[in-house]
Write a protein of this length. Structure first.
Length: 89
């Protein structure tokens, strides 16, 4: 419970406790995806839920000059497949 974490009163006055909103509220809204390049440089790419890994790889190829066939994208330790969309991965 919240009391166990030292939260005794809800400053918002919401019955039942505080309302926590994670993210923008719309899971299908566009967002910026941070891409770490092998050189150590980071870039951000705008994506939506329907953007495929292959489309993202194509953008990275265009902007960073890395050959498409050498790109491997990971989410944590999992390699992402080209046909997978951001919503599926």
């Amino acid at each position: 419970t919240l009391f166990e974490y030292g939260i005794e009163a809800d400053p918002s006055g919401c019955p039942g406790g505080p309302v926590v909103e994670m993210g923008g509220g719309d899971p299908w809204a566009p967002f910026q995806l941070r891409v770490q390049l092998p050189s150590g440089r980071a870039m951000e790419e705008p994506v939506v839920a329907d953007t495929t890994v292959a489309q993202l790889k194509a953008r990275i190829t265009t902007e960073a000059g890395i050959p498409y066939l050498t790109l491997k994208l990971y989410a944590g330790a999992t390699q992402l497949r080209d046909a997978c969309t951001m919503a599926e991965c």
